[in-house]
Ligand binder design. Sequence first.
Ligand SMILES: *[C@@H]1O[C@H](CO)[C@@H](O)[C@H](O)[C@H]1NC(C)=O
Ligand SMILES: *[C@@H]1O[C@H](CO)[C@@H](O)[C@H](O)[C@H]1NC(C)=O
Ligand SMILES: *[C@@H]1O[C@H](CO)[C@@H](O)[C@H](O)[C@H]1NC(C)=O
Ligand SMILES: *[C@@H]1O[C@H](CO)[C@@H](O)[C@H](O)[C@H]1NC(C)=O
Ligand SMILES: *[C@@H]1O[C@H](CO)[C@@H](O)[C@H](O)[C@H]1NC(C)=O
Length: 588
Amino acid sequence: MWSPNQMLVLALVAASSFTSVHVLEFCQSTDRDCHSDDNHDNMASNSQPSLHTVKSRWNVSVSNLIKDLEQLKVSSKKLIEAFPIDEVNGNFARSVKNCIFSKSIPTPLRGPLRLAAASKDVIEGILDLDVALTHTNDFLHFASGDKLLSGSVPLAHRYGGHQFGYWAGQLGDGRAHSLGQYTNRKGEVWELQLKGSGKTPYSRSGDGRAVIRSSVREFLCSEAMHFLGIPTSRAASLIVSDEPVIRDTFYNGNVKTEKGAVVLRLAKSWFRIGSLEILSRSGEIDLLRKLLNFVIDEHFSSINSDDPDTYLVFYSTVVNETANLIAQWMSVGFAHGVCNTDNFSLLSITIDYGPFGFMEAYDPGFVPNTSDDEGRYSVGAQANVGLFNLEKLLNALSPVLSKHQQNQAQSILKGYTNINQMRIHQHFKAKLGLLGEEEDDGYLIAFLLKMMEDTQSDFTMTFRQLSEVSAQQLHNRKFPQMWALEDLSSHKLFSDWLSMFLLRLSRQLNDSDLQRQHRMKNVNPRYVLRNWMAESAISKVEMKDFSEMELLHHILSHPYVTQETAEELGYAARPPLWAKRLKVSCSS
Ligand SMILES: *[C@@H]1O[C@H](CO)[C@@H](O)[C@H](O)[C@H]1NC(C)=O
Ligand SMILES: *[C@@H]1O[C@H](CO)[C@@H](O)[C@H](O)[C@H]1NC(C)=O
Ligand SMILES: *[C@@H]1O[C@H](CO)[C@@H](O)[C@H](O)[C@H]1NC(C)=O
Ligand SMILES: *[C@@H]1O[C@H](CO)[C@@H](O)[C@H](O)[C@H]1NC(C)=O
Ligand SMILES: *[C@@H]1O[C@H](CO)[C@@H](O)[C@H](O)[C@H]1NC(C)=O
């Protein structure tokens, strides 16, 4: 029989493959297998980032912020000294062997530079820089690749990867430059990267540039994901220019001239599954071991490197965290869009924002990349794609694992689906405000998702409005102005579901309806980066008007809080009609 978790996942992955009547037969409440005894309430609410800013009542720490870029001490030393460096110089495409990085000087963005956006949270909270500094010429030149800080030796990373299911050989940073690491006042180490900063040895046929469109999307989405509480790379600034960049937006031969942009982005580490894969594939096993040891020492402090099972423990951690990350994506309806192994971080953070999307009308088959006809990377397929990618990681690790360890790793991998399903179950329970664990919980959630699919209810707003509505209003079926709930309630089984939900809530003895609403509002965002919002901001940025982008950035920094300006702009309203006609441009 179905476990509640499996049932839920079925509801998440199966696009309209069963009828609502069948759904009711999935799980009998007497079925023992329907019971699951994990008990992690409110897990999602704990993962909210603290909105820490470096301000104090006495302005003490504010005055400690760096006011001169020369004082930003970035260092590439560790990365350079840990590994052999490509012996060839020059930014021409080539096959590279026996190294992790190539030295590569950025090609500065040409034309009049403008700061289109800066994230105060990153600039002050991570880089310890006074945000006023972002308005200086120094900063413009630094963040567009024209000025190197002392200590910075720009590097392009060599990696490989499986793209769309097949080994693609050498890929690597084709338009990104690592500027080195910064250790901030909290003792955190962050690696700075420019994206869109020109050719590297890994550019293949690319021009090393990024266009405004994709850069605005990366900037906004990485910051939005952070404030949703989802592990992600961060974005510090976006510099735009008039430098022409030619793109074939829909791969149909209709080339278009767009404008170049550079994002300054940060992560604790940019190593990917593909970073290990290429070493394993080309038989560079000593280097594979070296990179693994480095990643474990630097980023997996809980793993004891003297343990003979170090690599196995590392693998187990990555499996666990990847299962967690994908469950978090699912909980907000986020589809990454290009889940190739080179776009999957070893630290299980969201990286490489390309043709991503947030699902609007609930549909497990939602695919953000309009050219991905097979739906390989649809929102509902992501859990399985994670499994595929972790299998590739295991293959990459095999040369440094004993036969026995390889077998153990196989069984760890077998546990992935369970972890992922359990996490998804916990997230959706929290999204519905459920406390404790009852055997019908999986059924309650799957039932709701099926109704949402049938009625094409908006994913974000259905859960949000369920958080905002009182039990009394639900009982009376009064949802004034709650458009998503109105859509949902058109389902012929809505009353059945509603009674079940209300009964479930009424059994939460220690709970009050206000507490339930409060909990739910903290895990169900009111604002996500919908394509139409991004599109509108992009078209203004292209005309050098950065106000809408700034506003959107600000609003998405508080996605769980109702905001007047956001309401005025219709960010929680039914999407405008023109949004339906939008195709996500894959132009990058
Ligand atoms: C802190 O410093 C900022 C900028 O220097 C200033 O605008 C603000 O008024 C100061 N706040 C206090 C409480 O002194
Ligand atoms: C798996 O991840 C969860 C959530 O981050 C954590 O609580 C748990 O300890 C992890 N388990 C292992 C074996 O790493
Ligand atoms: C993701 O991976 C593909 C290749 O697999 C690469 O071309 C692309 O630049 C990466 N990032 C994004 C955002 O697509
Ligand atoms: C979108 O999907 C198509 C078909 O699988 C693929 O060729 C293309 O590279 C994808 N776009 C991006 C940006 O990854
Ligand atoms: C209700 O609260 C009491 C005291 O805070 C606690 O002992 C009890 O376990 C709670 N019951 C439930 C069902 O959460």
